[in-house]
Structure formats: structure tokens, C-alpha cells
Design a protein around this ligand. Structure first.
Ligand code: KG4
Ligand code: ZN
Length: 336
């Protein structure tokens, strides 16, 4: 059978990315131009700046991806692109680029859901992983517990009621002065701290045991900081980071294991930027071993936003015969 090569483009947030992926699993190139250094100055992603930077960089990033894969547009079978969810101005740059390339080169266009991409990141290094399986998606914008029924079929059984897990990491990091993006900074600081130094509340959801809530935990951290400020108590940022991280990880692990068992799965995959958190990986690994569940997760480079994951998801959409029209538009709040 012929090898299918997908050129993939991702620009939903603050990474301008392009990749070439073969048969959904083999990454021939994966180019990421990050804007983190710019947005750090503002303590978070500034949408207008993100769009402008995408526009400045996208052509070069695509060229580089083709070059590193040693292919030309002629060798490509389809162009896949993230069309939502995300920042609308940022998404527009990627979709316009993908449409222009696909049209000019006479190749089919495949619009991809960003979260579907995060899930598909697991196929890249786990050649044996196939649906169905349970997936915990934890990123800066999303926290979902999803049954992956097929490559293109998902059933969300739990979601966050308020903040996403990564958002909580970013907000707490900012409040203790660690800067943006907070996840990796907290991960690092937590290694030097005592996770049992401070007891933070675990959010309980009464009606859906798989749902998440992180705003209460975030408030508890802020209250702790305010109290310390008023009483002049010294705050150890490493202890705070470790204790906060422990509270988040506990809830994520509990819900993921419970969901996997109760739905009769023996395979659990982890996806999204927070999936690279070392405490989450370690704790989930231990819990999975205890419960006879095989745990899958992508390398850190495929956890945070990248285009290789869009190429993986795009391949399976392409195989199913899905094609997007030239009217493909950015969809900021696209549903999975
Ligand atoms: O998937 P992603 O790149 O973008 C979204 O689609 O949202 O996720 C970014 C999020 C940020 O909130 C970042 O702080 C978090 O992932 N993150 C981490 C770690 N690395 C990235 N959170 C915790 N621990 C990490 N090591
Ligand atoms: Zn993402």
C-alpha cells in the first residue's frame, strides 16, 4: 500500500508549527516556532500579538518542515490544519495558509480538531496503541476525560466546570511570581518542595464523579498567600508549588483511574501540555500498575502544541474520506 504523507499546520495558540507525518505514526519533520519569550513579557498570551507573529513566521515554518522531511509539496497527499478550538485570529493564519497551499498544489484539505490532535499525539510513539481506550486530556484550555471509541469518534465523560488544569498551573505560578508558562515552572519548583507542607482542598463534584473543578483550589492558594502576607508569615514557594501540584494530580489520577475501570478499559492515554508534568506521570504510572492498566503518554515535545499531532489525527480523518472545502473557517469554540 502507498505511504500517505500529510503536511500539517498548527497555529491555535502561541506556537507556530508545521510537520510532515507519514501514515499517521511516523514523524518526518516537526518544526515549532514558539512565541513564549514574547508573551512572557505580558504574563500570558496576548491574542493580537499571537496572530501577528503567526503571520510573520508561518511561511518559513512550513518551508522548513518540508525541507527537514526532504519532500516537496508534490510528495504530499493532503494538507491538514487545526481549525479550532483556539484563538480565532491565530487559527485564521493557519487555516488561510493551509487553504492557499492545498489549493495551489491541488491537494485535498483536511480540517482537524485541536483536541483530536492532542489525543493522536499518542499514536506517534506507541505504534501498538489503537482505539478504543480512555484518554485524559489536560492542557491550558481543556480538561477532559474522554472515551476514544475510534480514531474519529469520542465520548466525553468528564470535563472541567471552570478552569482547565493548565490554566490553574499558570494562574498559581503567576501568583507566586514564577512567570509564564507556569506549568513547567511549578513542576520544577515542586521537586524542591514538600508536597505535604500545606493541605489544599480537593474539589468534589456530586452529580458527575468524572467532572473536574480547579477554581476552588486556585482560590485556596490565593487565600493562603493573602493570609501569609497579612500575618507576615514566610511562604516557601517550593512547598506551595509541591502542595498545589499534589492536589491537582490527586484529582486527575483518581478520576482517570475510576473512569478507565468503570468503563472496562485496560488502556489509558494522557494528552495535552500538562501531560508532561512529572508528578502526574509518576503518580498515574503507579496507579495504573496497581490497577492492571497500561499507561500511554507522548514525549514532552508531542504533549504541548505541535503540528505532528495534527498530522497524525489528519491522517485518520483523510483515511475516512473526510475532506474540507475552501470555505473552511476558524472555529474558536469548536466542540469535540
Ligand atoms: O496543550 P498546550 O500546549 O496548549 C493548549 O492547548 O492549551 O498546553 C499548555 C499548558 C500550559 O498551561 C502549561 O502551563 C501546561 O500546559 N504545561 C504544564 C507542564 N508543561 C506545560 N503543566 C504542568 N506541568 C508541566 N510540566
Ligand atoms: Zn493544545
Amino acid at each position: 500500500e502507498k505511504n500517505i504523507k500529510i503536511l500539517a499546520i498548527e497555529s491555535s495558540c502561541d506556537e507556530t508549527a508545521a510537520a510532515v507525518v507519514e501514515n499517521g505514526r511516523k514523524v518526518l519533520s516537526n518544526v515549532i516556532s514558539t512565541q513564549i519569550d514574547i508573551h512572557t513579557l505580558y504574563g500570558g498570551v496576548v491574542p493580537e500579538i499571537a496572530s501577528r507573529k503567526h503571520l510573520e513566521r508561518i511561511n518559513q515554518v512550513v518551508k522548513e518542515a518540508l525541507k527537514q522531511a526532504s519532500v516537496t509539496l508534490e510528495d504530499i497527499d493532503a494538507v491538514a490544519v487545526t481549525y479550532g478550538p483556539g484563538l480565532v485570529g491565530a487559527l485564521l493564519v493557519g487555516t488561510a495558509e493551509a487553504k492557499a497551499i492545498a489549493y495551489a498544489a491541488g491537494k485535498p484539505l483536511v480540517g482537524v480538531h485541536h483536541i483530536e490532535g492532542h489525543i493522536a499525539a499518542n499514536y506517534i510513539e506507541n505504534q501498538d496503541l489503537e482505539p478504543p481506550f480512555m484518554c485524559l486530556i489536560v492542557s491550558g484550555g481543556h480538561t477532559h476525560l474522554v472515551v476514544v471509541e475510534d480514531y474519529d469518534k469520542f465520548n466525553i465523560i468528564g470535563r472541567t466546570r471552570d478552569d482547565a488544569a493548565g490554566e490553574a498551573f499558570d494562574k498559581v505560578a503567576r501568583s507566586i511570581g514564577l512567570g509564564y508558562p507556569g506549568g513547567p515552572k511549578i513542576d520544577k519548583a515542586a521537586k524542591l518542595g514538600n508536597p505535604d507542607a500545606i493541605t489544599f482542598p480537593k474539589a468534589k463534584m456530586s452529580d458527575n464523579p468524572y467532572d473536574f473543578s480547579f477554581s476552588g483550589l486556585k482560590s485556596a492558594v490565593l487565600n493562603y498567600l493573602n493570609h501569609a502576607k497579612m500575618t507576615g508569615e514566610e511562604v516557601n514557594p517550593n512547598d506551595l508549588a509541591a502542595s498545589f501540584q499534589k492536589a491537582v494530580v490527586q484529582v486527575l489520577v483518581e478520576h482517570a483511574i475510576r473512569g478507565t475501570k468503570e468503563h472496562g478499559f485496560r488502556k489509558l492515554a494522557l494528552a495535552g501540555g500538562v501531560a508532561s508534568n512529572s508528578a502526574l506521570r509518576a503518580s498515574l504510572k503507579e496507579a495504573c500498575e496497581k490497577n492492571g492498566i497500561t499507561l500511554y503518554y507522548p514525549s514532552p515535545i508531542f504533549c504541548t502544541d505541535n503540528a505532528a499531532m495534527i498530522g497524525a489525527a489528519g491522517y485518520y480523518e483523510y483515511k475516512k474520506g473526510r475532506r474540507s472545502g475552501w470555505d473552511l473557517n476558524a472555529a474558536a469554540s469548536l466542540k469535540l
